[in-house]
Design a protein around this ligand. Structure first.
Ligand code: NAP
Length: 485
């Protein structure tokens, strides 16, 4: 196993522009901290708006030749990068754990998940198809071709520092788009490591440009408003997504938006309760609860509610808390102090409105940003956590009586990313799955993410899909050529 110091030292800490590592204007840098200890891991280049323009210039300059690059070669670059990610999973996982906090086993899982997007899109690069059809009048012909949408701006969050990047870079590379990517300032190291892997895999200069900055709005807004980038693919909060959509409107920039969630988790009396509890633990505790797909509200039918809550309480109380690098740790730190304050505020609010704490319910004394795995019962519908993303290890349980009531509760949110449903009745399963307002349904399953499946939300959880056979479409335009014979 590599040492913590050596993995941090191995990463270039500069901007990656036009195939070269370069310092930010004026040599400005910012600190990256370990959320488990609060200690500074390193300094990273802090891009200015001028650095942003240089990155966009590089992406624009490379677009034409990259679009003409043979699809097979684009795919093979991704394939080589996939192999490198898998070969270096231990050191990359340690790097991720250090900057983000998730336990090593989960970080390894994320590297493998991230790599799978490259493998998947390596295969998709050579499957971009078109069409040939006879016009209804019988004389004309329609040719339909797919072309890269153009230079793309990619913005990713801190909670999955590698996978949210490969989920965008994979299809952009496969489709023939160049790009400027901006990871979250809290977790820039995984993306910097990934940029070097792609360069080593043969990605030509200027195809991928990486900006790390503490001034995300100041650097990215001019690039969005510039108009030369024809695509914005964003993963992050709904609040920021709304702002970016407004900015995109000015030059009618094509957008893909992977935004926030407020996932309901329904357990019916006819469910396999062992499976439901296992699924609930996965849906709640993956990534320390800091996932857009995290189960945010548990609705359990009255006949099994008490037993479900008892088992969840037992499981949550037994979760080992600690620094993600330590053996056996399941619950790492939250990303920062503000996250702990937010989770703690949501729990206090629920308690004031009558919720009962079955386990946890408190901040863990520092150092580090830890919160106890928590189960709450009798959480009323007007509690803030019923309407906001908790983004932490807190499971609020409420009881329902009928299927209609469960659906009403589940759909009573502005979000629509994912819903989970546990039942053994196949008719109920399909009936409820069809009526749940969500882009994805976990049917007797606590994890839905899969690079080969279309990931994305409805309502205010987003626009477009990532992964699956549709993922590459987000980076392609359709061109119709009308042919007179
Ligand atoms: P966030 O605050 O919206 O930030 C996301 C990204 O946007 C970061 O890189 C951030 O950079 C950047 N950003 C913030 N303000 C910006 C602005 N004005 N202009 C341009 N970029 C800006 O979200 P987060 O707290 O990092 O991530 C958690 C959120 O992401 C949750 O809501 C979660 O549900 C959502 N998420 C969704 C999915 C999905 O697939 N639907 C997946 C993962 C996460 P800085 O942080 O450096 O400012």
């Amino acid at each position: 196993m590599p040492s913590e110091t050596s993995v941090v030292a191995s990463v270039a800490k500069e901007l990656f522009i036009g195939g070269k590592w370069t310092g930010a204007t004026g040599g400005k840098t910012f600190e990256v901290r370990d959320p488990a200890t609060g200690e500074v891991l390193c300094q990273v280049a802090d891009a200015s708006p001028a650095d942003g323009v240089a990155a966009l210039d590089a992406a624009v300059a490379a677009q034409k030749s990259w679009a003409n690059h043979p699809p097979r070669e684009r795919g093979e670059i991704l394939r080589r990068a996939y192999e490198q990610l898998m070969a270096r999973v231990d050191e990359l996982a340690l790097l991720m754990t250090l900057e983000m906090g998730k336990p090593l086993a989960e970080a390894r899982g994320e590297i493998a998940y991230a790599a799978e997007f490259f493998r998947w899109f390596a295969e998709e690069a050579v499957r971009i198809d078109g069409g040939y059809a006879t016009a209804p009048n019988g004389t004309g012909r329609f040719l339909v071709a797919k072309q890269p949408v153009g230079p793309a701006l990619l913005i990713t969050p801190w909670n999955f520092p590698m996978a949210m990047g490969t989920r965008k870079i994979g299809p952009a590379v496969a489709a023939g788009c160049t790009m400027v990517i901006k990871p979250a300032a809290q977790t820039p190291l995984s993306m910097l490591a990934l940029a070097q892997i792609l360069a080593d895999a043969g990605l030509p200069e200027g195809v991928l440009n990486v900006l790390t900055t503490t001034n995300s709005g100041g650097v990215m807004e001019p690039l969005i408003r510039d108009g030369r980038a024809r695509k914005l693919s964003f993963t992050g909060s709904t609040a920021v997504g709304r702002k970016l959509l407004e900015q995109c409107a000015e030059k009618v920039v094509n957008t893909s938006m992977e935004l926030g969630g407020n996932a309901p988790f329904l357990v019916f009396e006819d469910a396999d309760l062992d499976a439901a509890v296992d699924g609930a633990m996965q849906a709640k505790m993956r990534n320390i609860g800091e996932a857009c797909t995290a189960a945010n509200r548990f609705y359990v039918q009255r006949g099994v509610a008490e037993e479900f809550a008892r088992r969840m309480t037992e499981r949550m109380a037994a979760q080992p808390i600690g620094r993600g690098t330590e053996d056996g740790v399941i619950v790492g730190p939250l990303i920062d102090e503000a996250a702990v304050t937010k989770v703690s505020g949501l729990v206090d609010d629920a308690k004031q409105r009558g919720a009962r704490v079955l386990t946890g319910g408190s901040v863990v004394e520092g150092p580090g940003n830890f919160y106890q795995p928590t189960v709450l019962a009798d959480v009323p519908t007007d509690a803030r956590m019923a309407n906001e993303e908790i983004f932490g290890p807190v499971a609020p349980i409420s009881v329902f009586d009928t299927e209609d009531e469960a659906l009403e509760l589940a759909n009573d949110t502005e979000y629509g990313l994912v819903s989970y449903l546990y039942t053994s009745d196949v008719k109920r399963a399909l009936r409820v799955a069809e009526r749940l307002e969500a882009g994805m349904i976990g049917l007797n399953q606590g994890i839905v993410s899969n690079p080969a499946a279309p990931f994305g939300g409805v309502k205010q959880s987003g626009l477009g899909r990532e992964g699956g056979t549709v993922g590459i479409e987000e980076f392609l335009e359709t061109k119709y050529i009308a042919v007179a014979l």
